[in-house]
Write a protein that binds this ligand. Structure first.
Ligand SMILES: NC(=O)c1ccc[n+]([C@@H]2O[C@H](COP(=O)([O-])OP(=O)(O)OC[C@H]3O[C@@H](n4cnc5c(N)ncnc54)[C@H](O)[C@@H]3O)[C@@H](O)[C@H]2O)c1
Length: 361
């Protein structure tokens, strides 16, 4: 069945892809239809045919390519976390603003219909005045034991120079973005962090061990600027949790809650329901009429998958470039990426100093 849009969706061409291993990059390019391959990211960024750079490297390699891209007249979609620290993110934000080009941070979970619908309901006043936010992002990274395996090598995730932070940068950054997306700015935080496995084998010398420099788990209490209170928790060592991003927002008139492991559903509760019928209702958010579902074959409420959030994210970014639309609030800009880094910095500082810390702006 044909689909018709007005204006028509922008159709980007995959110009080039870069990686360090020439053969693997060539195989990748052939598989996905990229025209050119590069083994130096600077050459890809400067290619005159490239209009939009999608940065998927580890956090230590987000700032330099972004800044060079803006200086070379290219729009940038950069993976989360935007940078290792707020100081680094601010340089990226300044370069983005100076360029006048479009910029987006890869907070793909905003592009899940249930999350987008929660945002819409809250904006429309469904929960009333927001009182509490509760969020968690827990999983067990890669494989059976994942990072619980003490022999898992000390790759870039475990070094502050390459990752910034640990579970907070990897997972917590997403739940921080959702807290800001749904509730608003956070004024101050009180955090605690823990590193459960303190040494791991060095990838280059497996007989030797190196120090783990980042946290495996973190918790934080938050005071929002609008007076709401919140908590967040993150861990990459939570057996049984495969991709457990959970949030609940309680307001004066109702609540919404979501679990990424049930990606198609949003649970809603309204105090306006008659007393005897009160309870959380499960809304299947992948039917027609729900946000972001106009581009899918939805007559039967067919399911939506984790990877579709990336499809929606890139579709949104390309459309915003092609038709000069605003990235936010549907998408997160570099300003959101910077504010997210301010939150991460504040949580870690608060944990180190064992006190409440203002997030700043
Ligand atoms: N939004 C999400 O849900 C999500 C999910 C996973 C990862 N991420 C983010 O994506 C980024 C990468 O994470 P990952 O898990 O894919 O890491 P990874 O280590 O699996 O992949 C990193 C890639 O960067 C390439 N690379 C590294 N140094 C390079 C260099 N000097 N030049 C060219 N290429 C280089 C590597 O070859 C590799 O292909 C991180 O910022 C991570 O937080 C986001």
């Amino acid at each position: 069945m044909p689909f018709f849009y007005y204006p028509p969706p922008a159709r980007p061409v995959l110009v080039g892809v870069c990686g360090r291993n020439r053969d693997r990059v060539k195989a990748f390019a052939e598989k996905y239809g990229y025209k050119r391959t590069f083994d130096k990211w600077q050459d890809l960024v400067k290619d005159p045919d490239v209009d939009l750079l999608d940065i998927c490297t580890p956090p230590y390699l987000h700032a330099e390519p972004s800044i060079l891209a803006f200086e070379s007249g290219k729009h940038v979609l950069c993976e989360k976390p935007l940078a290792r620290t707020a100081e680094e993110a601010l340089k990226m934000l300044r370069a983005a603003e100076k360029s006048g080009l479009k910029h987006m941070t890869g907070f793909n979970y905003r592009f899940i219909p249930a999350v987008s619908y929660a945002h819409k309901l809250i904006e429309e006043g469904f929960v009333g005045r927001i009182l509490n936010f509760r969020g968690a992002y827990l999983n067990i990274e890669v494989g059976d034991l994942g990072y619980l395996n003490p022999e898992f090598p000390l790759d870039w995730h475990f070094r502050s120079e390459t990752a910034g932070y640990g579970a907070i940068s990897d997972l917590g950054t997403h739940i921080i973005d959702i807290a800001r997306f749904l509730v608003g700015e956070v004024a101050s935080v009180a955090g605690a962090t823990a590193t459960f496995i303190k040494e791991r084998p060095l990838p280059e010398f497996p007989d030797k061990k190196g120090k783990v420099e980042v946290e495996d788990s973190a918790v934080a209490a938050m005071k929002f600027e609008n007076g709401a209170l919140g908590t967040i928790e993150t861990s990459w060592m939570a057996p049984g949790r495969k991709d457990f991003l959970r949030f609940e927002v309680n307001g004066s008139e109702g609540s919404v809650r979501f679990n990424l492991e049930r990606i198609n559903e949003l649970e809603i509760f309204s105090l306006k329901d008659p007393n005897e019928r009160r309870g959380f209702r499960d809304i299947l958010t992948t039917s027609g009429g729900h946000p972001l579902m106009d581009k899918y074959w939805v007559e039967q409420g067919g399911g939506f998958g984790w990877d579709h959030a990336f499809v929606n994210e890139i579709h949104h970014f390309v459309d915003c470039i092609a038709y000069d639309r605003k990235i936010e609030p549907a998408g997160a800009t570099f300003l959101d990426g910077y504010k997210n880094c301010l939150m991460m910095d504040a949580i870690v500082k608060s944990a180190e100093e064992e006190r409440w810390v203002n997030v700043g702006s």
